[in-house]
Design a binder for this molecule. Structure first.
Ligand SMILES: NC(=O)c1ccc[n+]([C@@H]2O[C@H](COP(=O)([O-])OP(=O)(O)OC[C@H]3O[C@@H](n4cnc5c(N)ncnc54)[C@H](O)[C@@H]3O)[C@@H](O)[C@H]2O)c1
Length: 249
């Protein structure tokens, strides 16, 4: 996929899927804004991109804060030609708590980061993409929206269900401006997000996956690169399942 001359913001790119997505888009020639609440991690991603010969900026941002998101987008515009061609809403948090033990504070933070974060990042880039008469937005949801999230709390599942619905609504609203919106539903991957899971859970997932392994960050990065490219120009308002076939039944 070819992204030369384009600027991409990837949220939650200090590690995991976000880092792989940022590196993948950078290898295609995009200039990357590595946006994350974890600045040292974001700087590490930037160093990796530069080592590969790419261009990137580390921007500390809490996607749950409008002021923080606006400052991040301003930094992006100031550094890279006043353009934002691609936004990948990837930042999220995860916990598994039985519903009756879930606190209101934990619910609010989960929904603020995973769902409101998508809204705030979209709100900040839509005027720029409208001006450009083009843009690509890719939202990372989760297989939990299909399964009910065996290994995720109600707040995580609800927040990702919101992301799925927002992908449809944004698709309906923004297509007329040349802004293409899609999503990805990743299956389970052995990133730091799932590092605390019991190995038997992972073994069970692999056993039930026809392609016989868990998802890698590169599986997600390649799908995002497709959705962010002209090759996917008529794919719109859809969420692509990337899970090795675990939902085949
Ligand atoms: N790992 C999996 O098995 C899996 C499965 C399905 C969906 N997902 C989704 O994929 C995406 C990436 O997952 P991952 O496994 O790479 O997660 P991860 O925990 O390894 O990385 C998430 C990144 O988001 C950042 N982040 C957290 N809160 C933030 C905030 N408020 N503002 C900005 N950045 C913030 C973190 O610092 C981190 O760098 C998430 O949306 C996750 O929900 C992951």
């Amino acid at each position: 996929m070819e992204f030369t001359g384009q600027t991409a913001i990837v949220t939650g790119a200090a590690r995991g899927f976000g880092r792989a997505i940022a590196r993948r888009l950078a290898r295609g020639g995009a200039r990357i804004v590595v946006a994350d609440i974890n600045l040292p991690g974001a700087e590490k991603t930037v160093a990796l991109i530069r080592k590969d010969g790419g261009e990137a900026l580390a921007a500390q941002a809490d996607v749950a804060s409008a002021a923080s998101v606006e400052a991040m987008v301003k930094a992006a515009l100031g550094t890279f030609d006043g353009r934002v061609d691609i936004l990948v809403n990837n930042a999220a948090i995860w916990t598994l708590v039985p519903t009756e033990e879930l606190s209101e504070t934990d619910w609010d933070r989960m929904v603020d980061v995973n769902m409101k974060g998508v809204f705030l990042c979209c709100k900040a880039v839509i005027p720029i993409m409208k001006r450009q008469k083009r843009g690509h937005i890719v939202n990372i949801a989760s297989i939990a929206t299909r399964t009910g999230g065996t290994f995720a709390g109600l707040h995580y599942v609800a927040s990702k269900g919101g992301v799925l619905a927002m992908t449809k609504k944004l698709g309906k609203e923004l297509g007329q401006y040349g802004i293409v919106v899609n999503g990805v539903n990743p299956g389970t991957s052995q990133t730091e997000m799932t590092a605390t899971w019991d190995p038997t859970i992972i073994e069970g997932i692999i056993r039930n996956t026809p392609l016989g392994r868990t998802v890698t960050p590169e599986d997600i990065a390649d799908t995002v690169a497709f959705l962010a490219s002209d090759a996917a120009r008529f794919v719109h308002g859809e969420t692509v399942e990337v899970n090795g076939g675990i939902l085949c039944d």
